[in-house]
Design a binder for this molecule. Structure first.
Ligand SMILES: N[C@@H](CCC[C@H](N)C(=O)O)C(=O)O
Length: 267
């Protein structure tokens, strides 16, 4: 049996499993345990390694078994778990996308409000050409993992005659992005508020994404003149981003909630 914790951030849900229990079967466990109809169900698994010197390292596997550099929401879920189980109020979590330090702002176990330092984002305008669609202007944003952000006008987030889900599915696996990409569809509602939808690499549509929130905010701030402190609203709810200047660390604030703990039969 494998002990797990399940947590979510605005509906973006994760299993947390101690790294030694993975026994190098990370991808296989992610595919099996994230399945919504035949197992626990989640958007991904955070494997939590505790190093002998007391440091932590996270490996994130998407529901399809692919490994990503990091998750913003998943990292926050792990910080919430360490707050709940060990009383930590500040924790630095290593990831393949860089170190992410999380500060607990409010603790009402099992619900936590957490601010995370999300590194220094990079953004570049880019127009891609998709078969059957044509030119799609957008921006490549790296916040530790890759994102392609499109600005859209329609209330339903559709663009180029396709639903955001259809277009997201095509862009996410386009050969133009050899490592795949997460895709966000952003509407700028006011200088201080954006709404967006997310098609995640390795996962598909999700109700929220921490790195997607950062990437959408970065694109709106850098390319649409939005305020440097924003509310970014996804289907699963709002998060706050602050990016004072282009060479500064972005901060992301949002909730994370522990759902349950359990044990699942090993493969
Ligand atoms: N939902 C996550 C992002 C998870 C990783 C992503 N699917 C990828 O492959 O890069 C978040 O909250 O950031």
């Amino acid at each position: 049996m494998i002990p797990f914790v399940k947590a979510h951030a605005c509906g973006n849900d994760f299993l947390i499993i101690e790294e030694p229990l993975a026994q190098r079967r990370h991808a296989e466990l992610a595919r099996k345990l994230c399945a919504r109809n035949t197992s626990i169900g989640a958007d991904g698994i955070e494997f939590l390694e505790r190093k002998p010197n007391g440091e932590f390292f996270l490996r994130l596997f998407n529901a399809d078994g692919s490994e990503a550099e990091l998750s913003g929401n998943g990292t926050r879920c792990v910080a919430a778990w360490l707050a709940s189980s060990e009383g930590r109020r500040e924790v630095a979590l290593g990831t393949h996308g860089g170190l992410r330090t999380c500060h607990v702002i409010e603790a009402n176990d099992p619900l936590y409000l957490i601010e995370s330092e999300m590194g220094i984002p990079r953004v570049m305008q880019r127009t891609i050409v998709l078969p059957g669609v044509g030119e799609v202007p957008g921006a490549m944003v790296n916040v530790g993992n890759p994102h392609f952000v499109l600005f859209v006008e329609c209330d339903d987030f559709s663009a180029h005659g396709l639903s955001w889900q259809e277009l997201g599915a095509q862009i996410s696996v386009s050969p133009l992005f050899p490592h795949g990409t997460n895709v966000e569809f952003v509407r700028v509602l006011s200088p201080s508020e954006i709404a967006f939808r997310i098609f995640e690499r390795g996962c598909g549509p999700t109700t929220s994404s921490g790195t997607g929130t950062c990437a959408s905010s970065v694109a709106a701030m850098a390319l649409r003149g939005a305020d440097r402190a924003l509310t970014a609203v996804a289907e699963g709810g709002p998060q706050r981003t602050v990016w004072p200047t282009s060479d500064a660390v972005m901060r992301l604030t949002g909730p994370a909630e522990i759902i349950c703990r359990g044990e699942v039969t090993a493969l």
